[in-house]
Unconditional design. Structure first.
Length: 169
């Protein structure tokens, strides 16, 4: 069973740890540039500050046809592409980003979700900042459509966090 986190644009201040405070549009743009990410008429991007592996999912239900999912296991569907997938396997960053974009997004219902695939903890690495396997991992998802940017804050733990939110285009 997948653990999907709620995305809310009305995030409470209690969700913001010191590591979450650097999760802003400037950090996002810097990370997207560093990874060579692409953008389109619709772009969903995820950032967090943790060695754990969070995954970005896009559920796309066209007006005609069945729902398809874009994620690490299926990087292309409904004209969308997952072009940046970080912190999987043995390579990871403390400033990761993930990115899904559509050059020409179909008329559809879109649900963007975040899943914690793997919590990394170590008492000896990362200056002792990531020792609790049950910690919450703050994140932000940025949804860019045309010239508009929406920002959604949330947090994942090693446990399930709740259902995804829906964004309709």
């Amino acid at each position: 069973q997948a653990c999907l986190s709620v995305l809310s644009s009305q995030a409470s201040i209690r969700f913001l740890s010191p590591m979450a405070l650097a999760l802003d549009l400037g950090s996002l743009n810097s990370r997207l540039s560093r990874e060579g990410a692409q953008s389109g008429a619709l772009t969903a991007s995820l950032i967090w500050n943790d060695p754990s592996d969070l995954d970005l999912y896009a559920y796309v239900k066209p007006k005609q046809g069945r729902e398809e999912v874009i994620y690490y296991g299926k990087k292309e569907a409904c004209g969308g592409f997952l072009d940046v997938d970080m912190n999987c396997g043995r390579r990871f960053s403390l400033e990761p980003v993930e990115n899904i974009f559509w050059q020409t997004p179909p008329e559809a219902q879109y649900r963007i979700a975040v899943r914690n695939a793997l919590t990394r903890s170590s008492p000896r690495e990362w200056d002792g900042r990531f020792t609790d396997e049950d910690r919450f991992i703050p994140f932000k998802v940025f949804l860019k459509k045309g010239g508009d940017v929406q920002e959604f804050s949330g947090q994942c733990s090693a446990r399930c966090c709740g259902p995804p939110s829906e964004v309709t285009c």
